[in-house]
Design a binder for this molecule. Structure first.
Ligand SMILES: Cc1ncc(COP(=O)(O)O)c(C=O)c1O
Length: 399
């Protein structure tokens, strides 16, 4: 008789043999620069402290007291859950307030919240494009962009990573009346920054919508953490020349909470309210989440020192790694240390962890086969001493 789970067992075995099997580590503390990692040894379970060098809570807003207090106060005032989708009974004043603040932070007419960054990308792209459309997508784009593109049923044309000549070649060869160019802003596994001025110029030249995903740019790049446009304005570009039609972002990383958003012109936002299925058919975010994100956004806006400290830490860590024989450069707190072989990357991550530092190895399918890496992510509150020691430990483990 047919065994209906045979293919599942076979796939799990294959993943284990290829060093691609994934399992979860458990933390029993809040997510600060040091966490308590649950460890099982000889059938006893205990928590051990680990320096965390891979969190997306870049500005430590997930543990910031004012953010936690705002979340607690909102839960007490507005309740634990929202009780409905935005278009039924789940649209609170807090949603509107946060959307207004996000639109202002991003310099757009309007913004729209989604429950996560993942559902934002899936909802936005599948609403904007259809089977008659063409989507031009960077080869390193995040999985949520890829899934949004697939769900839209548009033809997907992949261009070489952040290579504007490759993008133009594809645009020239594939004229369209309904096109979208989409890219990560800060690439999630490589930490490099999209060539926004050229991407926007190509969108205008070839009549395509443009969208960037600022999950790792919001609160991270630009002198005050406003993101990719500010980063290029700091370099002398004019805002009006570098504005993509849609800025997508997350509340789950530098803002320390949870959720995604689109910031765009009012008509694009009105369209998404009517068409984005992940927005329409899902219970809206809980009050505590909204209040946390709003408080974090206000702090980032009022206190640029958090962003300055994060950007300083990038320099400190890159210099320390370089001094330890691992030449490293980055403009963002995402610092990939590429090891290549999947099994070797797992060994290095285990050795680093044994020495008290948590940096998971990232493998296929998150990155291409044979490019497994430690994905370091820095926080504003890491001390120079912690970063210097971490660089030494990582360099030693790679020998
Ligand atoms: C570039 C990028 N976009 C979107 C997402 C999804 O965001 P979220 O974790 O808020 O669902 C992530 C993070 O996982 C990401 O790295």
């Amino acid at each position: 008789m047919n065994n209906p789970i045979a293919h599942i067992d076979a796939e799990l075995t294959r993943l284990k043999e290829a060093s691609l099997y994934r399992s979860m580590k458990t933390l029993n503390s809040e997510q600060g620069t040091t966490v308590m990692l649950e460890k099982e040894k000889e059938s006893t379970v205990s928590d051990v402290p680990r320096l965390l060098l891979s969190s997306n809570s870049y500005l430590n807003m997930a543990t910031e007291m004012r953010v936690k207090q705002a979340a607690a106060a909102a839960a007490l005032k507005w309740g634990a859950g929202s009780g409905g989708s935005r278009l039924t009974t789940g649209n609170f004043g807090l949603h509107r307030q946060l959307e207004k603040a996000l639109a202002k932070f991003k310099g757009r007419e309007a913004a729209l919240l989604f429950n996560t960054g993942y559902t934002a990308n899936v909802g936005i792209i599948s609403a904007l494009m259809d089977e008659s459309s063409l989507i031009f997508s960077d080869e390193y784009n995040h999985a949520s962009i890829i899934d949004g593109c697939r769900l839209s049923r548009a033809k997907i044309i992949v261009y070489r990573h952040n290579d504007m000549a490759s993008l133009e070649e594809k645009l020239k060869a594939n004229p369209t009346e309904k096109g979208l160019i989409v890219s990560d802003a800060v690439f999630s596994m490589d930490g490099d920054i999209v060539n926004l001025p050229e991407l926007v110029a190509l969108g205008r030249k070839y009549g395509c919508l443009t969208m960037i995903d600022e999950a790792h740019a919001t609160g991270v790049i630009g002198s005050k953490g406003h993101g990719t446009e500010e980063y290029f304005i700091d370099k002398g570009y004019k805002k009006e020349d570098i504005m993509p039609d849609i800025l997508m972002g997350t509340l789950s990383k530098a803002l320390g909470a949870e959720g995604g958003f689109a910031a765009a012109s009012q008509n694009i936002i009105d369209y998404l309210v009517n068409k984005a299925r992940s927005f329409i058919f899902s219970t809206s975010q809980a009050p505590a989440t909204l209040a946390a994100a709003l408080e974090a956004l206000n702090i980032v806006e009022a206190e640029p020192q958090h962003v300055v400290s994060l950007q300083h830490n990038v320099e400190v860590f890159c210099n320390a790694l370089t001094e330890n024989g691992v030449p490293t450069k980055s403009e963002t707190p995402i610092i990939p240390i590429v090891i290549g072989d999947e099994a070797k990357a797992m060994q290095v991550a285990a050795a680093v962890e044994e020495a008290g530092i948590m940096v998971p190895a990232i493998r296929y399918p998150t990155v291409a086969k044979g490019t497994a890496r430690l994905r370091v992510a820095l926080m504003a509150d890491h001390t120079e001493e912690e970063l210097t020691r971490a660089a030494m430990v990582i360099a030693e483990a790679m020998k």
